[in-house]
Design a protein around this ligand. Structure first.
Ligand SMILES: Cc1cc2nc3c(=O)[nH]c(=O)nc-3n(C[C@H](O)[C@H](O)[C@H](O)COP(=O)(O)OP(=O)(O)OC[C@H]3O[C@@H](n4cnc5c(N)ncnc54)[C@H](O)[C@@H]3O)c2cc1C
Length: 400
């Protein structure tokens, strides 16, 4: 198998790189490079810049108005965004609910939502998990009872990423409590401005506010905001979660963290007067990580090449990419932590400023290192936990 990019693919990479360099606000890039949170406006502006180039929906086929990238182009596109670093198109919009509406929605839903999804006129969040339903999603309890042309929704959801920025939430509710678990679930699109919706912040251990709990109390959702058939939500959920896992290895992001750790190690002088970058233990750890990232990239290219040959349906082996990609990003953040040493311990006030998104322009780099390390602990939970991915591999790939 040939893992080299073709001349056309290499030219495409240059095109993406040049586009990012000419169009991304340097302040946004600097914030991402230091792992500081972006504002809603910054994310929306970049999505619209990408839309101007028809790159806001990289996974959409040309038939839906997407760029019609090949799997390799899609890989290159995300890799360049990650390495720049530049924001990804908002995945809740373009990787999750957009393809769902394009595939399962009515014509009226397509006309109403798809153009607004791609331009981020509406910001979407994912309302799937509940306090008692995460890995075992089908045991969800939020309910919807039919009342004329509305569903009346009650229940609570948890861990909704960026729901405090969102206008809409795609969610799963139980519409038939008598059916077996998966059989009684429907997907509803809920306008978060409706009466009875409450979004409450959850501040995680890295000090950031990115996730939320969403409470639904007698929320009246029009029936035309149901996607697919009543009680037919589970098949749509499997389709959506399959898309969520694509591009999940994020090798480019790990490379960016590793590059940063190496630069920082050059600035750090240990007690013996030696530069950390010359320390054999640090160098060995950095080299080992680089090799592992290369191996993961090759694995990813193999899966992409095979997916290309077999019609592009999600491959259960993408769980390998999720597990290994997460482990390596976590390792990269550990290396950066060791490069920062004691200066990674931000003072409480600085930590709060970081959480509030009001990081001063001249902040020392090292104070953003610990929050990155802490926030990446969650990467082995969201998007399907490591243990659950291993179960998928055992069942579908190893046949155990
Ligand atoms: C930062 C973050 C962002 C998130 N964003 C969103 C979002 O936007 N929208 C949304 O709906 N949800 C979101 N989630 C929720 C996420 O999908 C769930 O946390 C995840 O599915 C795990 O579910 P749980 O938290 O209920 O843990 P549980 O499912 O209770 O798991 C607890 C532990 O048990 C293990 N485990 C569970 N089942 C098995 C099994 N069968 N075999 C072996 N081990 C098992 C798990 O791996 C885990 O270690 C987010 C979570 C986090 C942390």
């Amino acid at each position: 198998m040939d893992f080299d990019f073709t001349p056309e693919e290499r030219a495409f990479r240059t095109q993406v790189r040049d586009f990012i360099a000419s169009n991304l606000d340097p302040q946004v890039q600097a914030k991402l490079a230091e792992h500081r949170s972006l504002t809603r406006d910054e994310i929306v502006a970049w999505q619209r810049t990408l839309d101007g180039r028809n790159w806001a929906t990289p996974s959409w086929p040309a038939a839906w108005g997407g760029p019609g990238f090949t799997p390799v182009q899609r890989y290159i596109f995300f890799d360049e965004l990650h390495q720049a670093p530049a924001p990804e198109p908002l995945s809740f919009n373009v990787a999750m609910i957009g393809p769902v509406i394009a595939t399962f929605g009515t014509d009226a839903q397509k006309r109403r939502f798809l153009p607004r999804i791609r331009r981020l006129d509406d910001w979407w969040c994912q309302g799937f998990s509940e306090p008692g339903a995460g890995s075992d999603l089908a045991s969800l309890k939020a309910s919807a009872r039919r009342d004329g042309e509305h569903y009346v929704v009650n229940g609570s959801k948890i861990w909704q990423g960026m729901a405090h920025y969102a206008d809409w939430m795609f969610t799963l509710v139980r519409t038939d409590p008598t059916a077996t678990k998966q059989a009684g679930i429907s997907m509803l699109l809920i306008d978060l401005r409706l009466p009875g919706v409450e979004v409450r912040p959850i501040v995680t251990m890295d000090g950031r506010h990115e996730v939320n709990a969403v409470f639904l109390d007698e929320v009246r959702v029009p029936v035309d905001c149901r996607v697919g058939e009543e009680n037919g939500g589970w098949a749509i959920t499997k389709f959506l979660l399959g898309n969520e896992r694509t591009g999940i290895a994020r090798v480019g992001m790990s490379r960016h963290i590793l590059r940063r750790a190496r630069t920082l190690a050059q600035q750090r002088i240990a007690s013996g007067g030696e530069c950390l970058a010359d320390d054999p233990v640090f160098r060995q750890a950095a080299a080992a990580l680089e090799i592992e990232l290369h191996a993961l990239e090759i694995t990813q290219m193999r899966l992409i090449a095979e997916a290309d040959a077999h019609s592009g349906t999600p491959d259960p082996r993408s769980s390998i990419l999720k597990i290994r990609g997460t482990q390596l990003r976590q390792q990269a953040s550990e290396l950066m932590l060791s490069a920062a040493g004691p200066s990674a311990l931000a003072a409480a006030g600085e930590f709060q400023a970081f959480a509030d998104g009001q990081w001063p322009a001249q902040a020392p780099w090292s104070t953003t290192v610990a929050p990155v390390y802490l926030s990446l602990r969650a990467a082995s939970i969201y998007g399907g936990s490591t243990e659950v991915q291993k179960n998928i591999l055992a069942k579908t790939v190893l046949g155990l």
